[in-house]
Ligand binder design. Sequence first.
Ligand SMILES: Cc1cc2nc3c(=O)[nH]c(=O)nc-3n(C[C@H](O)[C@H](O)[C@H](O)COP(=O)(O)OP(=O)(O)OC[C@H]3O[C@@H](n4cnc5c(N)ncnc54)[C@H](O)[C@@H]3O)c2cc1C
Length: 290
Amino acid sequence: MSSVLVSKVYGEAPTFSVELWPPRSEKAQHRLEVALEALRLIGPDFVSITYGAGGSTRDRTHALVAELVNQGWTIPMAHLTCAAHSKDELESILRTYQASGVTDILALRGDPPLDAVAFLPKGELTYASELVTLAKNVGNFGVAVAAHPEGHPESLSQRSDRIHLKHKLDLADFAITQFYFSHDVFSRFREDMDRLGVEKPIIPGVMAPTSWATLRKMSSLTGTTVPTALAKLFDSFEDNPEEMRKIGVEIAVDLCTRALEEGVPGVHIYSMNSAESTHEIYDALRPFFS
Ligand SMILES: Cc1cc2nc3c(=O)[nH]c(=O)nc-3n(C[C@H](O)[C@H](O)[C@H](O)COP(=O)(O)OP(=O)(O)OC[C@H]3O[C@@H](n4cnc5c(N)ncnc54)[C@H](O)[C@@H]3O)c2cc1C
């Protein structure tokens, strides 16, 4: 196994992991600190830290990942995107991670930030699969990749996206999915990957939405369907963020439970840096992890 994190994902017990964003403001820094305190009590198998495509969070992502390596209570996985970077830049970022003791990378192409005009220059590497190879060559990192249960929005067809994912997974150690709101979507995707002969672990990525406005933007960027009944429910909580958060937790617990009952290798929570939601989700799922 290329890393301890990868051996956990291949282990018997399901993993519990969480995505965090590096903070952009003092308020966001405080929210992150509260989330880290809560996570320390839970002890997730790994924590992944997002990266602003093109390098907008390069230093902040590195600082948070390096801090988590030093603290040692979880294993950090650094997201890295190849869009808008040269190969030399990517190599240099990977070497910096290696020198900081980082062992695991989530290799991605990258998307423009939610609040930007939707344009992201191409990088020297076109696809995430090329970044997987680079990360393996530079530091034999444990490497995860993104999977898109509904198909990536830019792909020619869902089938072609699944085939590209199969090839990407031949090079990588495991995949984490984009978020989804219907368990049937995940099940159909899993069956398609089984039919293509994919045996590498695929961890469902489950979001606990905390803001309908943010979720609307994210679903349109990622091509995630928000079922009409759910959208209506979220509409009714537009002015009540706490109710929205609670419903988000219920949805996440339900999706995780159904996936764990089917024997997935773990669940990855898009936590939106919410300590409360992550804690509530973990508490509800605790029987699966003890
Ligand atoms: C778990 C997770 C975490 C994420 N974290 C971040 C983050 O931190 N920062 C960020 O900016 N974005 C992040 N994203 C979003 C991701 O960058 C976008 O979904 C992006 O648009 C695609 O990334 P990818 O790695 O799947 O790309 P790729 O695997 O390169 O695929 C991109 C498109 O190219 C197609 N394709 C792939 N290979 C080939 C080929 N050989 N020939 C032709 N077509 C091909 C695919 O079908 C797809 O349509 C994350 C997504 C997930 C699921």
